[in-house]
Design a protein around this ligand. Sequence first.
Ligand code: ZN
Length: 162
Amino acid sequence: MKKYALVAFGLLAACGRPAVATDHIKSNIYRDAPIEPVFIHADFVAYYASFEEKLGISPDSVSIDYVVQEDPVVGLCYGYTDRVNNIEIDPNFWNKASENERENLIFHELGHCLLLLEHDDKMMDNNGISVPESIMYPAIFGGEEYYEGLKSHYYEQLMNAQ
Ligand SMILES: [Zn+2]
């Protein structure tokens, strides 16, 4: 089983750097066809639909539900070879997150659980500001001002990263 943790952006803001998860997984994961029912909590249906609309890929093979996480983790993807991959979303983070932070979190976890992507901590220049190049950056940055304007880039990057 592979486990990915995602932490909230800004928790280490005191030193001016984003919080970074410590669970970088380097090995590839492989998933067989789902052999059990997929459970998608109603709160996330709209985000799954948005993912399919934006990227043209259906995430309906990945289960997702609320599970309280240990701070500072806000989301997790469990990847399996013998059962449905599943995403856990921390309800405490979700309830206070903005729309863009929620999208960032769901798309990131689907990057792991559906597209089987690893973390990517590369940065790129955006009008003189260094910003994450990928939504697979190991922290949430959807609350940052630049996210809205770079959404198309992040969708495209996610598709091309497969
Ligand atoms: Zn992650």
